[in-house]
Design a protein around this ligand. Sequence first.
Ligand SMILES: [Zn+2]
Length: 256
Amino acid sequence: MRIEIVPCLADNYAYLVVTASGEAVVVDPSEAQPVIAALEATGLSLVGIWLTHHHHDHVGGIEQLVQTYPRLSVVAGEYDAQHGRIPCQTRSIAEDEPLWLGSRRARVLTVPGHTLGAIAYLIEGALFSGDTLFSAGCGRLFEGTPQQMQHSLSKLRTLDGATLLYPGHEYAAKNLAFASELEPENAAIAARRAEVTALRAEHKPSVPTSLADEWEINPFLRWDEPTVIARARALGAPSDDAVDVFAAVRTARNGF
Ligand SMILES: [Zn+2]
């Protein structure tokens, strides 16, 4: 299995997940044209579309892809299916229900918070996290509560450290600027910020990162670190509780 990064719109990423036999699914095609170009350039055959949530900058390419490649399976979560939020959806999937790509089984995790229907896909050590978990950041709480999002992030945090994170957006530079302000003494954040600055100067993606790296640099996975707790309390968190710490840091990020 291999993964191809397909930049879309201003800062979105779609991903082609490709089997050894050349079958591919695309995750979160916000627009169709770059995905079609990537498929044609490599001679891959598209068999499905996997969506993490219903926002337009994730589902915008579905209709054109379905017209271009008939009989695609269009997979999204149960909540979004019940609410009719995904165009052309053919299959709704619950947490841990089997989802196959060739002989590989993907694991689906429900991760409400950014939206109530958000799901993530884990296949062969690659995590497609949509707008729930970004490198050095997390999504805004458009529909869910801090408690839901912190619970979703804690679910992702317990995955194997070698898991590679493929998020929905290239937000690392801004996220790391915030992380550096929150934890100025954190050497891992400073080092990663320098790496991302160099990559972005060459217009290269900063993804993927490993989950083990995210444990060190992502303020939204660090609610139990003493330095982050102290900053959250200074920002108004009413207790050291993980949800209170997360909520205070998320609110600070909204205004950054
Ligand atoms: Zn979104």
